[in-house]
Design a protein around this ligand. Structure first.
Ligand SMILES: Nc1ncnc2c1ncn2[C@@H]1O[C@H](COP(=O)(O)OP(=O)(O)OP(=O)(O)O)[C@@H](O)[C@H]1O
Length: 258
């Protein structure tokens, strides 16, 4: 039986997560409807990446519930219907493969594809992120921004119902950000649900359905982008601020272990 289109694609109820013995998420509620494009914002260390991992069932919950594409997230039931670009995706430079091969890996899964159909999809995904001309280049010989774009293409290639992206624009030049923002807008218009961690709404601002702001593991705003508290546009930082925090952001890396 098909799911009614009004059912949330992703729903979290009273999520609590602790890492290394310390509470990181403190009672998060979130509901994302089909076709919404939602930005997750907040200072460094506020819990954005942790929330994405918890929503995808990649880390254990201390308490609370997550429903992902109609099933409890911990069962990983919907994982062939989602695309995930983790925060450290630009560091995938050790992949011994061309961009084409790395993106084709996104098609691996329960479905089978003809070679011709796969080739077309892979090329379309690379074109969509502006890397069509570099399809044959080894990922090890790409820049950080290009690698991140390969990982976005890999998430897109399966045409997922839900796209979850952790700082997809880190290290990506402005014209390419505009290109990818337009792509996300089109995907959202055609029914793809998108949850994206950002440090500033930037190129996506006008396309977002709403923004959710985390502060110390709690939701402090869930509503229109136009009603965002001023600091949430990306100029507030906690203990990771200063040059070291800025360098981490530029590199798209995290301080803590994965
Ligand atoms: N593996 C871990 N063990 C212990 N603490 C962790 C671990 N991963 C993250 N943390 C802590 O959890 C908190 C939230 O981290 P998280 O990466 O979710 O923040 P974030 O909002 O995504 O930050 P950023 O904007 O810097 O990417 C931070 O205080 C961080 O130090």
């Amino acid at each position: 039986m098909s799911r009614p289109s009004t059912d949330p694609v992703l729903e979290a109820r009273d999520l609590h997560v602790s890492l290394g013995g310390s509470p990181v998420l403190d009672g998060v509620d979130l509901r994302i409807a089909p076709g919404e494009m939602v930005a997750l914002l907040g200072a460094n260390g506020s819990g954005k990446s942790t929330l994405l991992r918890a929503l995808l069932g990649l880390i254990p919950l201390a308490s609370g519930e997550v429903t992902l594409l109609g099933s409890p997230a911990r069962r990983r039931a919907g994982h062939d219907r989602l695309g995930y670009v983790p925060q450290d995706s630009a560091s995938g430079g050790s992949i011994p493969a061309t961009a084409r091969e790395a993106v084709a890996a996104g098609l691996l899964g329960p479905r089978t594809w003809t070679v011709r159909r796969s080739d077309r999809r892979v090329q379309e995904a690379l074109d969509a992120v502006g890397l069509g001309d570099l399809a044959g280049r080894p990922v090890t010989r790409m820049s950080g921004g290009q690698r991140r774009r390969v990982m976005i293409a890999r998430a897109l290639v399966r045409r997922p119902e839900l796209l979850v992206l952790d700082e997809p624009f880190a290290g990506i030049d402005l014209p390419t950000q505009e290109l990818i923002a337009g792509l996300f807008r089109d995907l959202s218009a055609s029914g793809t649900t998108i949850l994206v961690v950002l440090h500033e709404t930037g190129a996506l601002a006008e396309h977002l359905s709403r923004a959710v702001v985390l502060d110390h593991g709690r939701v402090v705003h869930d509503g229109p982008v136009s009603a965002l508290p001023a600091q949430s546009h990306g100029d507030d930082h906690d203990d990771h601020s200063g040059p070291a925090g800025h360098i981490d952001e530029c590199l798209g890396q995290e301080i803590h272990p994965a």
